[in-house]
Ligand binder design. Sequence first.
Ligand code: FE2
Length: 274
Amino acid sequence: MTDTTPVTAPPYADVVDLERYPIHELDSARGRALVDACRADLAETGVCNLEDFITAEAVDAMVHLAGTRGGDAWASDRLHTIYFTPVDKSVPAEHPRAYQVRSAKRGIAYDQIPKDAPLRRLYESDDLTHFIAAVLEKPVLYRSADKLDALQVTAFQPGEELGWHFDNSEFSMTVMYQQAEAGGDFEYVPGLRSEEDENHDGVQQVLQGDRSAIKVLPSAPGTLAFFRGEHALHRVTPIEGGRPRINSVLTYGERPDMRLSDLTSEIFYGRTSS
Ligand SMILES: [Fe+2]
């Protein structure tokens, strides 16, 4: 007898290059090899860059969406410390605990992204969540429960930027749709601090312009990137030219009830989800 079980294509089959990245078959030899390769990259460099993960058609659709929904985007432009903590007034202004950077960007919230948008269909699939959990070696991972922040489309317009910072979360996942004509580089300094050592002197040198340890993350359209940003100082340099830099951040947590605080939600989306 032959197996007549119908093979249904995953609902994101048009979004991901499944030949190259078989996230729907993680138990297959090819699926396991993909996870192993990503783990090795992350362990070695703190970064795993999966180029052409998203199909060109899906990238085009997301760029188009950013253009048509751009009017709904919330523009935030603010100063903050690299730790997202209040300015420490007990140290000199150039000290990392007092130094302020600027972040300016436009955010299209999860509830403004149509249900059939390519990245929304992919984000809402358990296959992607399982793949990311496998790469990060987490027994279980949950999509964010935040109605605004779980998945967003971020556009950096000319002159906008993301200031130097360390992430509060262990890792982040981004998908790139469109690069700026110039500028808009994702720069990072791996291993600049550790659990044991904040390395304020080394951090201050980078903030004062020392570029000797800076790396640039390649971010071609269609790339899914894993990034460990807890110990790596990182930023997006100011956008130059006329074209916005557009990407998405995919948010996950190890608890099922992860949401932004009302204050953070007001800053990034101009409203709260409750
Ligand atoms: Fe970050």
